[in-house]
Structures are given as structure tokens and as C-alpha cells.
Ligand binder design. Structure first.
Ligand code: ACO
Length: 429
């Protein structure tokens, strides 16, 4: 039996419109509002898209109330425990886990594309030494279209796939190059005998004067963090990638826009802000003061790494990362006073009526910085780490959209400006 549509009635005019119900395989149903403007003469108003599904997707499922996250149906906990980042990348892009031959072929192809055009290093060296690496990343990734324009026919699925693979592959090389530029170190080329995360660490930290041994603890920790950050359905940066993609722009431009959106402190930039906040709090005795600041409506301070638009329960990624932070610190034989501070902050906040009532829990960014710090990643590079991982999600979502192109994304507005008035000559104003 087909489901009855929703009926929307304008109580003023008495006009009604039927709104068909859409059900996915899981999650809340939606009703389609396409007919509302033509039938009733209204648009819908939803600032921040808090109640609007922008697309149909088969990639990632979140149940925010239950604290569930699944990539292509697989629970994040299982992938974190049993998979690796490139296998997850294959899964997100292609819909299924690879068999052994597919995995080997995919890994080899990602490895093959790890170098960047030599002139890209000249481009990077044009930045000032203290440029924020996210500013560099947005610029450099956008410029890839200028370097790899020979295979950019977006109507060709082969070209689309190649651009996606290139971005996953080159992102660590570019990120490390941005860091090395800041440090004044010479270019490091990708050692393709190493795996994805080992290669990245080598490009980040090796110097010509010394032999660099990649730490297996560090490589594993990165792999885990990259899996957890790989995709998160229609978050702000992914929606940005889709919106730019809907115009037919090339994928490098789309991902550069995604990087810019990710940089914001309300989104991926929060991991950098969490560390700065913990350093500012400084001591456990100051926690109550900062919790009070976060609750004060007149104070712009927010508890960074807390809260989420979709999760109104624990962010399952935060639970895994907190555990991993303990493990990494213990395996490296380190202790970090900021970890103790973070735990105490979480404990006090979670007992507080304000955080309970507003369902504010630690999100993915709350503990990730502790791990990055333990592994020697500077704070300004934290959001870049997120961008490397999320590139997989961005290109997967972009591929899904490109395979079934939608109309150009074009929201409307409630106009609240002046109504028509006549131009007044400058001397008479
Ligand atoms: N500290 C204090 N109060 C908060 C916080 C916080 N971190 N987050 C939300 N609130 C309060 C808001 O002031 C608001 O209160 P009100 O109802 O009295 O006005 C209420 O909780 C709801 O918050 P909104 O801002 O409406 O929630 P929204 O879904 O729009 O924002 C966001 C979600 C941006 C993540 C927000 O919680 C936030 O700014 N958190 C801190 C930044 C952060 O950690 N971002 C990373 C998110 S995860 C990611 O993108 C990778």
C-alpha cells in the first residue's frame, strides 16, 4: 500500500497541496516541498538547513539520537577496529568493501599518484612562511585544476574518477609541503614503498640530515583518525562541495571550497580551537569558570569540541578517539596535562544542567588534538589533518552527485530590504 501524502493547507486562502512522503532505507522520512511555491505561492524558510534534506545519498548514515554512524552500512566501530583508511576510502567511493585484488589495485593507484607537479612546489614557495596552512591548502588544491587540466572532462566518468583518486593521493603530499615551507625545510618526495599514513609522516618529519624511522604507533593512530574523519554525510563542508559541484565546476575547485568551509571554528577548525581553549583554561581549577562562561548568553565563548547539529547523544567518533588518546599516550610513554584537563572538563560539563538540557556532548574534535599533539603535529596543522581524511568523503559525495546530476543548488531568501524607491542625485542626498 502506497503511503498517503502530507497535506499542507493555507488557512488564509483554503488552498491545499499534497506533499509526497519519501522514505529512505533508514532515518526520518521527509516530505517533498517542490510543489509548494507553484501551488500555494510560498517558499519554505529554514536558516541553517536544520530541517531540510538537500539530497538523496547512499554513502553515510547517522542516527544522532542513538549516536550511530555507519559508512555504507558498516558501523564506524567495526571499521575503526578492523579496517584501514584506504579500504574505507574504497568503500566510501564504490559502495562495497574491496576484495583482495581490488584492494591491491586501489592502493597501488593511490600510491602511483602521490607525487605532485614540480611547479606546484614553486607555487607553495610563493606563500609567506607564516601563512596558515589551511589558507595554503585551499589555494593549492584549487590550483590543481591548472596543473591537471588535460583530464578534466566532467562528462567522462573515467576523468571524474581519476580526479578523485588524484586528490586522495596528493593531499598528504601537499599538506606536508605546506608544513615544510613553514619550517624552511626542503621538499620531501613521497616514498612510495611506505603505506599511506607512513608516507605522510615521512614527508612531514624527515630531514635530509638524518635517517627518519616512521613510528608504527603514529602511523596506526593516523590511520584510525583518518577513518573516523573520512565522511559525515551532509555536513557544512560536504554540502559546500555538493553545492559548488552542482554548478558543474571542476572537482579541484569543489574540494578547495570544501577546505575553506572546513576551516571555520564551528566545523573542522574546532580541533585547533579545542587545543587553544585547553591551553587557555590551563588548570583543572579553572574549569568551573570556563563552564560558566560557556553558559553565559552574553559571553561569545563556546565550549569548543562540544555540541553537534545532528548528535544529541555521544558522538561515537569521540568515544573511540578518547580511548585511542589514552592508548597513544601510554604507548609513547607520554602523559599530557591537557588530557587530564580535557577529561575533567568533560566530566564537569556532562554533569551540568545546561549541557544536559541542550544535549551537548564532546564531538570528534574534542580529543583528536591530544593525539595530534602527542604525535608532534603543530596545532595550526590540526584542521589540515581533518582535510586529508575528509577528502575521501568529499570526492565520494561529489562522485555520487556527478553520476546522477541534480539541478543547480540555488536557495531562496526572505527579502527584508527596502521596497522600490527612486534614485536620488548625489548632490541632493
Ligand atoms: N558551548 C556552549 N553552548 C553551546 C555549544 C557549546 N559548544 N554548542 C551549542 N550551544 C548552545 C547554543 O548556545 C544554543 O543555546 P540556545 O538554545 O540557548 O540558543 C544551543 O546550545 C543549540 O546550539 P546551536 O548553535 O543552535 O546548535 P547548532 O546545531 O546550530 O550548532 C555547533 C552546532 C556549531 C557544532 C555548536 O554546537 C558549536 O558551536 N560547537 C562548538 C564548535 C565545535 O566543536 N564544532 C565542531 C562540530 S563537529 C564538526 O564539525 C567536525
Amino acid at each position: 500500500m502506497s503511503e498517503k501524502p502530507m497535506i499542507l493547507t493555507d488557512q488564509n486562502s483554503g488552498e491545499s497541496v499534497e506533499l509526497p512522503i519519501n522514505r529512505g532505507t533508514e532515518g526520518e522520512p521527509t516530505f517533498e516541498i517542490k510543489a509548494v511555491p507553484s501551488k500555494l505561492g510560498y517558499f519554505t524558510y529554514d536558516p541553517g538547513y536544520a530541517a531540510t534534506a538537500s539530497c538523496t545519498s547512499k554513502i553515510t548514515f547517522i542516527d544522532g539520537g542513538m549516536g550511530i554512524l555507519r559508512y555504507r552500512g558498516y558501523p564506524i566501530e567495526q571499521l575503526a577496529e578492523q579496517s584501514d583508511f584506504l579500504e574505507v576510502a574504497f568503500l566510501l567511493m564504490n559502495g562495497e568493501l574491496p576484495n583482495r585484488a581490488e584492494y591491491d589495485e586501489f592502493t597501488a593507484e593511490i600510491t602511483y599518484h602521490s607525487m605532485v607537479h614540480e611547479k606546484l612546489n614553486t607555487f607553495i614557495s610563493g606563500f609567506h612562511y607564516d601563512a596558515h596552512p589551511m589558507a595554503m591548502m585551499a589555494g593549492v588544491v584549487g590550483s590543481l585544476a591548472a596543473f591537471y587540466h588535460a583530464k578534466l572532462d566532467m562528462s567522462d566518468p573515467g576523468h571524474r574518477k581519476l580526479a578523485a583518486m588524484r586528490m586522495i593521493s596528493k593531499m598528504p603530499t601537499i599538506a606536508a609541503a605546506c608544513y615544510r615551507h613553514h619550517m624552511g625545510w626542503p621538499t620531501a618526495y613521497p616514498p612510495n614503498g611506505l603505506n599511506y599514513c607512513e608516507r605522510f609522516l615521512h614527508m612531514m618529519f624527515s630531514v635530509p640530515a638524518e635517517t627518519y624511522e616512521v613510528s608504527s604507533v603514529a602511523a596506526r593512530a593516523f590511520d584510525l583518525l583518518f577513518i573516523l574523519h573520512a565522511d559525515h554525510e551532509q555536513n557544512a563542508s560536504t554540502s559546500t562541495v555538493r553545492l559548488v559541484g552542482s554548478t558543474g565546476a571542476n572537482p579541484y575547485a569543489c574540494v578547495a571550497a570544501g577546505i575553506s568551509a572546513l576551516w571555520g571554528p564551528a566545523h573542522g577548525g574546532a580541533n585547533e580551537q579545542v587545543l587553544k581553549m585547553l591551553e587557555q583554561i590551563g588548570d583543572v581549577s579553572n574549569v568551573p569558570k570556563f563552564v560558566a562562561k560557556a553558559k553565559d548568553r552574553d559571553d561569545p565563548f563556546r565550549m569548543m569540541g562540544f555540541g553537534h547539529r545532528v548528535y544529541k547523544n555521544f558522538d561515537p567518533r569521540a568515544t573511540i578517539i578518547r580511548e585511542a588518546a589514552h592508548e597513544v599516550l601510554s604507548e609513547l610513554g607520554q602523559s599530557d596535562p591537557l588530557m587530564d584537563l580535557a577529561l575533567e572538563l568533560e566530566r564537569i560539563a556532562l554533569e551540568d544542567e545546561y549541557f544536559i538540557e541542550k544535549k551537548l556532548y564532546p564531538n570528534v574534535d574534542f580529543y583528536s588534538g591530544i593525539i595530534y599533539r602527542a604525535l608532534g603535529i603543530p596545532v595550526s596543522m590540526f584542521t589540515v589533518m581533518f582535510a586529508i581524511a575528509r577528502t575521501v568523503g568529499w570526492v565520494s559525495q561529489w562522485l555520487e552527485q556527478s553520476d546522477n546530476p541534480t539541478r543547480i543548488g540555488r536557495p531562496r531568501q526572505v527579502y527584508a530590504g527596502e521596497t522600490e524607491r527612486n534614485y536620488v542625485d548625489i548632490d541632493q542626498r
